[in-house]
Design a protein around this ligand. Structure first.
Ligand code: KE4
Length: 428
């Protein structure tokens, strides 16, 4: 596959955009090579600037669950654009999509729209702190909740794993209020509650992790978090930016059967336009301005074009719930096919999948948390990524990401992907 035009475009981009991209993972830093520039996309396929057609397994990192350029979404946005693109005033459409979200998601009464998953998660933590009057939060190593300071924390020293900044610009003052625990490890959470009685406002978690590869929760893990929060009057925040409206209409709350207190959304909710949201029962949400004292705002929050795209997306998902089962079957077919080829080849691997999320790790040990996720052989992952790209399959350019299958992928696309995978394995 040729990438001359993408490479040339990348050279130009780097002159005026930091790293040539508007989000770091797009730059291929962890897989090497020059990023592919996309010209357009339709259904399950990306069409890059060099005329290559690629089967897409990132679906824009989740949003394009119905495939690219889904007609009802395009029509909704085009129709709405003729009426203006932003007003800074309330619209009926915002109420309509909020009513639909409340109908589709269990256990919420009200929802506030924002412009990204980061904004949703950042605001959910402020809401939890304001509501409980407490300052500390617990997050999990390897879970990503966007780039606001409170989340850019790595394991500090000491048994209690105090947070330490993992990016310049994040202050110690911020880091001290973020406690780090290990995914799938309730003891690491219990320790924090023991060390910081009545100080922990919330636990925030990706209920099915997707930012260290795909890591489902062990049986009893999320239930245990719910129990801790109930015992200590802390709030449980499910970051469903990835899982919301992807695993089911009711997201991970529905598939795991565990109710959180605050949920955050993004990606699918916006139908590909910039939307995030956070939601909870009325008693909590009414603490938000202008109803309550906790401030949060946004010029483009509830933007009419974004709401039109999101409303079209959610309406289709709400009317076609069989999509989620279809995606599960498709994902399992891909997983089973890959496993069969990997077993034949006899190389160490772990393949995780849940719903329409999947990740492949070249390592012996089961990948159940960040510590085990980092043991993967990244050189082999690079070969894999580029080997599949050269065979017309676009995968996440990082071993610490999840695949996101979409409803436009056909059985033939899955079969072609497995043939490409078999061919790549033969090349080793
Ligand atoms: P955004 O601010 O990127 O819309 O959402 C942040 C976010 C919050 N919570 C979860 C669970 C997320 O996965 C994300 C963003 N996901 C990444 C993919 N791992 C977005 C891709 C990117 O950073 O370019």
């Amino acid at each position: 596959m040729r990438y001359q035009r993408s490479s040339a475009l990348f050279q130009s981009a780097q002159k005026v955009i930091p790293g040539g991209v508007n989000s770091p993972v797009r730059a291929f830093k962890s897989v090497g090579g020059s990023p592919v520039f996309v010209q357009k996309a339709k259904g399950a396929y990306l069409y890059d600037e060099d005329g290559n057609q690629l089967i897409d397994f990132i679906s824009s990192w989740g949003p394009m669950i119905l495939g690219h350029a889904f007609e009802p979404i395009l029509e909704a946005v085009k129709d709405r654009a003729d009426r203006g693109t932003s007003y800074g005033m309330p619209t009926e459409l915002e109420t309509q999509i909020a009513e639909l979200v409340v109908k589709m998601v269990p256990n919420i009464d009200k929802v506030r729209m924002v412009n990204s998953g980061t904004e949703a998660c950042m605001s959910s933590v402020r809401l939890a702190r304001g509501y409980t009057g407490r300052e500390k939060i617990i997050k999990f190593a390897g879970c990503y909740h966007g780039h606001s300071d409170a989340f850019l924390i790595q394991a500090g020293s000491g048994a209690t794993t105090f947070g330490a900044p993992n990016s310049p610009g994040v202050t110690q003052g911020t880091a001290k209020d973020t406690l780090l625990a290990q995914f799938n490890d309730l003891e690491s959470v219990r320790l924090h509650f023991e060390q910081h009685p009545e100080k922990i406002a919330a636990i925030i978690i990706e209920p099915v992790a997707g930012n260290m590869g795909c890591i489902p929760p062990r049986a009893g893990f999320v239930e245990g978090l719910r129990k801790f929060c109930d015992e200590h009057q802390s709030l449980l925040i499910f970051d469903e930016v990835m899982t919301g409206f992807r695993l089911a209409n009711g997201g991970a709350q529905e598939t795991l059967g565990v109710k959180a207190d605050i949920m955050t959304y993004g990606k699918v909710l916006g139908g590909g336009l910039p939307v995030g949201a956070f939601a909870a029962r009325e008693e909590i949400m009414n603490y938000l301005a202008p109803e309550g004292p906790i401030y949060q705002a946004g010029t483009l929050s509830g933007n009419p074009l974004a709401m039109a795209a999101g409303f079209a997306m959610l309406t289709h998902l709400n009317d076609h719930e069989d999509i989620f089962e279809r995606l599960k079957i498709k994902t399992k077919a891909l997983a089973d096919g890959m496993i069969a080829e990997l077993e034949k080849k006899g190389i160490p691997y772990q393949l995780n999948h849940y719903g329409s999320m999947l990740s492949l790790h070249f390592t012996e040990k089961p990948v159940v948390n960040f510590e085990t996720a980092v043991l993967g052989n990244n050189d082999r992952f690079k070969q894999y990524f580029h080997g599949m790209l050269d065979r017309g399959v676009y995968l996440p350019p990082s071993a610490f990401e999840s695949y996101f299958l979409n409803d436009a992928l056909s059985e033939e696309d899955i079969a072609s992907t497995l043939l490409a995978f078999e061919d790549w394995l033969k090349s080793l």
